[in-house]
Design a protein around this ligand. Sequence first.
Ligand code: FNR
Length: 342
Amino acid sequence: MDRSVRKIEHIQHALTTNEYGFNAFDEVSFVPNSLPGVSLNSVSLQCDLGDFRLSSPIIINAMTGGAEATTEVNRKLAVIARERGLAMAVGSQMAALRDPSVQESYRVVRKEHPRGIVFANVGAEATVDEAKAAVEMMEADGLQIHLNVMQELLMPEGDRDFHGYLDHIRAISDQLEVPVMIKEVGFGMARNTLLELMQAGVAMIDVGGRGGTNFAKVENMRRTLPLTMFEEWGFTTVESLLEASCVRASSAPILATGGIRHGLDAAKAMALGASAVGIAGAMLRCVQTQSIEECLATVDNWHYQLQVAMTALGTVQLNQLQEQPLLITGKTAERARLRGIS
Ligand code: FNR
């Protein structure tokens, strides 16, 4: 299968498989505060993700590039990122490292967002030289390395050998001049993985949990014999954040991606310990179905929803959300209990 055809199919199937209905964030609630004692004007959305000072905790997470038709998607995403001061990641650059003719579909992001925080993106099979080349291509401020074993296994033309990933991650983290973030793509992470990554010296981790874009469903749409039994594989983003709370001691800052639908989900993710949140599918839906102005209004609305939640809770800084008590119910509570988290 031609890589560029795959990139287009991923975009199409991601839009049709993701319903943004109920997810684990609906099983998390804040405890209300009728006397918050703050004003909405005093609420700040500034936050730190590792070494990065962000003016918004919302990051446009890795999606695309690698085919001519994806240039316009990346261009629109970059314009939105620039206009609202969001950090942004490009999709996997493995295609562009092997075929320079598609580099423009990624570089357009740096052209449109010249002073913004931009992350390059490679797979864990990348060598140190490939990782450096991906960063150079984007003049990137950081590098994401994605882990997507289940996606590869379900992808008809995907990888089947996963040896050596941790060695690559360690070598790249050691030798790159920019911070390295390891990310899942929607299957979440358990504490063992988080611990191994932290011990390998990575600067940041995106837990990339289940609840939004479902790459098992996306790949099943591309298979003649779908393996539907894997569509609920992994940990939700909420469960992954609870797992991360068990390994906070040797902490790397956590990004929460996977099923963030609005500002209240973002507030809950940060209350659960995330330093910032990533949004992919909801942003893709926006740029594929709406004008740039409408997308900017959506981002403004997400920011406002976050400010509303913070004001109602009496928190003026995002990191104060972590002090808020949370109620966790349903399947999430039951599964957390089985993992020894109460
Ligand atoms: C992705 N994602 C992704 N991640 C990555 O690290 N490299 C990649 O190339 C891609 N490609 C990609 C394509 C498309 C069309 C989508 C929608 C997503 C995964 C993405 O960054 C994110 O982890 C998941 O989509 C979960 O977040 P949402 O979509 O639930 O907000």
